[in-house]
Design a protein around this ligand. Structure first.
Ligand code: A3P
Length: 329
């Protein structure tokens, strides 16, 4: 029986490209994609065609403000969770986390914290952002080298999130198979694992993505807060407090007494968000089912999928590329 399938989100479309993007694509190295027919290497990282157009528009037009907060993540590292957390954290006066009609209870986190190059700048070359209230909260998967110039020139803050590559890979494999149209079939684990290890995945190579932000966060800890999914899972209260300090909105002693930290973590928890009607049954305007962003939400699910050889190969890559620079998972 055929089940109804959502249309391809706009950032995965391969037609209706601008002349500028079409010309650029013809000059870039290309590889077979995981969902789209091709990935293109731009500034050292792999992109889909329409999404790259969003990257170009974002680089050209996005004007960061000093008060902006940018959540930067590698795909499938827990973006949805951190979007929920940052939104709830910075808006906790306007929307107390225990409020019955808190926006998170009726909106998927991706609607509250939009992606720059995957949503705003893929839909419009120069979107009107005037309705966003300060501090504006956006998200992106852009690698450090590809950030718009205004992000560096302004005092906006960056929260960077990544995840153990073994879990990231499994999550990405499962998610991209949901995005593939029925007639395309699914990608086997082996096929895409090899690509992932060669760096050919959305915004890959993952090690260069992580290193770009890791090294900058060491140089400029006031500007970039570097966090992993595993750290957030292990010590959520600690990191939430640190994020609040980093963003200049520390918890007051009154808030501590009122357990605001715990309330934020509770409303943003996997159990709470994944069981909300909006996330079980709703869809994003781009067509993806909200439920696709909530799979298991666990650390170590890779053990159920990867062979010993696969684990060794990925661990060797991490050892060679990341450990020497102090980044361990
Ligand atoms: P799994 O596929 O391992 O379950 P992203 O948001 O970057 O697309 O990442 C998706 C991953 O984050 C999925 O991982 C998803 O289940 C997990 N996730 C989503 N919401 C979460 C939450 N509130 N707490 C913890 N993990 C969450």
């Amino acid at each position: 029986m055929q089940t109804s399938q959502p249309p391809m989100p706009r950032y995965l479309k391969e037609d209706e490209l601008s002349q500028e993007c079409t010309t650029l694509l013809s000059t870039l190295p290309a590889e077979r994609g995981w969902v789209c027919s091709a990935f293109y290497n731009y500034q050292g990282f792999w992109h889909n065609a329409r999404q790259l157009q969003g990257v170009l528009s974002c680089q050209k037009h996005f004007q960061a403000q000093d008060t902006d907060i940018l959540l930067v993540t590698t795909p499938k590292s827990g973006t949805t969770w951190l979007k929920a957390i940052l939104f709830t954290l910075v808006n906790r006066i306007r929307f107390p986390p225990t409020q019955d009609d808190h926006p998170l209870l009726s909106n998927n986190p991706h609607m509250l914290v939009p992606f720059l190059e995957l949503k705003l700048y893929v839909e419009d070359e120069s979107p009107d952002l005037s309705s966003f209230v300060s501090p504006r909260l956006f998200s992106t998967h852009l690698p450090y080298v590809s950030l718009p110039k205004s992000v560096h020139d302004s005092q906006c803050k960056l929260v960077y999130l990544c995840r153990n590559p073994k879990d990231t890979f499994i999550s990405l494999w499962a998610f991209t198979n949901k995005l593939r149209l029925q007639e395309m079939g699914t990608n086997s684990l082996e096929q895409v694992f090899d690509k992932f290890c060669k760096g050919v995945s959305l915004y890959g190579p993952f090690w260069d993505h992580m290193l770009g932000y890791w090294q900058e966060s060491l140089k400029n800890p006031e500007k970039i807060y570097f966090l992993t999914y595993e750290e957030m899972k292990e010590q959520p209260s600690l990191h939430l407090r640190k994020l609040a300090d980093f963003l200049g909105c520390p918890f007051s002693s009154k808030e501590e007494e009122e357990n605001v930290v715990e309330s934020i973590l509770k409303i943003c928890s996997f159990d709470n968000l994944s069981n909300l009607k909006v996330n079980k049954e709703g869809k994003l305007p781009s067509g993806e089912n909200n439920s696709a962003f909530f799979r298991k939400g666990e650390v170590g699910d890779w053990k159920n999928y990867l062979t010993t050889e696969m684990v060794e190969r990925l661990e060797k890559i991490c050892e060679e590329k990341l450990h020497g620079l102090g980044l361990k998972f």
